[in-house]
Ligand binder design. Structure first.
Ligand SMILES: NC(=O)c1ccc[n+]([C@@H]2O[C@H](COP(=O)([O-])OP(=O)(O)OC[C@H]3O[C@@H](n4cnc5c(N)ncnc54)[C@H](OP(=O)(O)O)[C@@H]3O)[C@@H](O)[C@H]2O)c1
Length: 301
């Protein structure tokens, strides 16, 4: 089938495109710079600048991953607007595409798996968090809520919408691990603040499998937590990473230092949620990497 992927050039999107192309699907990618990203995508990928450029080549399925990186810059008012607009505008275009295709007789895409993040829940302390848990109101929550609410509008045109609240994605060559590795390899790693904040994580391979699971299962819609069944605290993550690298990690980074350096964005490092993939497990999805030790051994071993 034809699958349209926004953010297909990104850390998650690239792996998803490879897997879909390998299984014989036709990959369509929206990118701000098609020529620059072509070499990162499977041969034959149809890359266009905007979602609405695909009106003449209707996708049967959509995966929506585009968005300005949440940790790119301090969260000034301008940057907060960029974080929201970069997600909501692309998502709104997807809803318009669904509407136009439904009206044209070509038929709206069957399904849209739309990105969201653990930030939907905001800071939850050490409470166990499932898709039922009420969110804590803060910027990350408001960002994810607007992203999700826009995506949900596609359902009005007959498209099944699954929202994937993604945890920290782990693999080689990108994501947070790439930033964490240099200090840890030098033996200069350590927990952030108290280290008690939860870090729900997921191996990139399992995330891509979860996206494909949600694309295929016609009976599933609504929110799904996209992280492994055994989340860890930041202190546990620090210990596991140090053990895997056979390095000490004795250098805790005080909360005040992170708050001074990163402002409100430091909440990404200092707060979290003990997020569990309740609905994916209930639907019968199995994780290949259930524990952080297994994931890190695969990635770094
Ligand atoms: N990686 C994680 O740990 C993690 C955790 C939770 C949630 N998520 C969410 O999952 C999605 C995919 O994550 P990822 O790690 O693959 O992200 P990524 O590597 O940063 O890729 C996102 C893609 O979005 C596009 N993009 C970036 N800035 C944009 C902007 N200002 N306007 C429009 N498009 C823009 C880029 O595509 P082009 O340059 O080709 O246009 C980029 O390749 C993201 O939305 C992210 O928020 C990721």
């Amino acid at each position: 089938m034809r699958v349209l992927i926004t953010g297909g050039s990104g850390f998650v999107g690239q792996r998803l495109c490879q897997r879909l192309a390998k299984d014989g699907h036709r990959v369509q990618v929206v990118s701000r710079d098609p020529e620059a990203v072509r070499s990162r995508l499977p041969t034959g990928a149809d890359i266009r600048r905007s979602v609405l450029d695909f009106i003449d080549s209707p996708p049967q399925a959509i995966v929506n991953l585009a968005g300005e990186s949440i940790a790119a810059k301090r969260w000034s008012d301008d940057q907060k607007k960029r974080l929201i607009d970069s997600r909501v505008n692309v998502t709104r275009d997807l809803v318009i595409l669904c509407e136009q295709l439904a009206q044209s007789g070509a038929g709206a895409p069957r399904v849209m798996v739309s990105g969201s993040a653990m930030g939907y829940y905001g800071d939850q302390g050490d409470r166990e968090v499932t898709e039922e848990t009420a969110p804590h109101d803060e910027f990350a929550h408001r960002l994810c809520k607007r992203w999700e609410d826009t995506a949900k509008e596609a359902a009005e045109h007959g498209t099944r919408v699954a929202l994937l609240r993604i945890g920290l994605v782990l693999d080689q060559g990108g994501g947070s691990l790439k930033k964490m590795l240099p200090p840890f390899k030098l033996g200069l790693g350590g927990r952030f603040g108290s280290g008690r904040q939860y870090m729900p994580w997921v191996h990139r391979e399992d995330l891509v499998r979860a996206i494909r699971f949600l694309l295929e299962r016609d009976d599933l819609d609504g929110p799904f937590n996209g992280s492994a069944p055994h989340p860890v605290t930041n202190a546990e993550f620090t210990r596991a990473l140090a053990r895997q690298l056979k390095r000490p990690a004795f250098f805790p980074v005080p909360a005040i230092l992170l708050e001074t350096a990163f402002g409100e964005m430091s909440r990404l490092l200092l707060t979290g949620a003990d997020m569990r993939p309740a609905r994916l497990l209930e639907a019968g999805f199995t994780f290949r990497f259930e524990t952080l030790e297994a994931a890190l051994a695969d990635i770094l071993g």
